[in-house]
Design a protein around this ligand. Structure first.
Ligand SMILES: [Fe+2]
Length: 269
């Protein structure tokens, strides 16, 4: 299959097979400027609304205390540009090729990190599935709407670490410290995406004392089908139902919002 998308950074003639190899080996792919400017222009005010109107806080409260809060009044994917981003055809076409089998949407988060905001320690985000089948891949698309500059918190990843059998917080004691072999991603044009295997260790490393622009960040995750995955939102059924009602993806990806790929929600300690 030929992907109609912008070339990968290292080699403009690189093909999809090479991208797949690189993703398999290193656990990540950098996709500079994947998102069209017009989509980014619509996304940023939605992120502002999500943060400034307390919708993000409501969403977190609903996740932490569903008995009190129920489902949040609005979901990220109900914001029109966020819904488009979730099912952005070039991204899902790439996923289709990289994963080689149908995949299901897992969750989306949207946030704005202020210039002085704290980092996030080394971690990975892979969720277990009911079959305990670690060969099934989960990916996170990390979207940097305004790009990344050296004045913002930088993304650091540990290439190859997705092949370790390690807990999410196995490197948390290192904070955001430099690790031998890490790759630093701190210069990306607006509308860039970094696609990671969710089991890849990564961190957000702050840049103290550097004034800068806020970092607009949306992430969305997707899982290979073949086992039932653990949902991270207590209102996951509502989330999938709203995505189906809004016809995100236009029916092109039949498994994208199918409930049968999930276990029941269980709060984690
Ligand atoms: Fe993460």
């Amino acid at each position: 299959m030929t992907l109609e998308m912008r070339p990968f950074p290292e080699d403009e003639d690189d093909g999809t097979a090479a991208a797949r190899r690189r993703f398999t080996d290193s656990g990540y792919l950098v996709l500079p400027g994947l998102l069209p400017e017009a989509l980014v222009r619509r996304l940023e005010p939605e992120v502002d609304r999500w943060v400034d109107d307390g919708l993000r806080a409501r969403s977190i409260a609903s996740s932490l205390d569903p008995d009190t809060h129920g489902a949040p009044p609005l979901l990220e994917l109900e914001l029109p540009a966020h819904g488009e981003l979730l099912a952005f055809p070039p991204l899902l076409t790439l996923l289709d090729d990289l994963l080689g089998c149908p995949f299901v949407f897992h969750h989306m988060h949207s946030d704005r990190h202020g210039p002085g905001s704290a980092g996030k320690p080394w971690h990975h985000d892979y969720e277990p599935n009911a079959g305990a089948d670690a060969s099934l891949v989960m990916v996170h698309a990390l979207h940097y709407l305004g790009g990344l500059t050296t004045e913002m918190g930088r993304l650091v990843v540990l290439p190859g670490s997705h092949r370790e059998a390690a807990g999410k917080t196995a490197r948390a004691h290192l904070g955001t410290a430099e690790i031998p072999g890490e790759a630093v991603i701190d210069r990306l044009p607006p509308g860039s995406t970094v696609l990671i295997n969710s089991a890849l260790f990564h961190a957000r490393r702050p840049t103290p004392g550097r004034p800068g622009r806020p970092r607009y960040f949306v992430d969305a995750s997707y899982c290979q089908t073949g086992a039932r995955w653990r949902p991270v939102k207590p209102y996951w059924r509502h989330m999938l139902a709203r995505a189906r009602e809004l016809d995100l993806g236009g029916g092109r990806w039949p498994e994208l919002f199918a409930e049968r790929h999930f276990t029941e929600y269980a709060a984690t300690a």
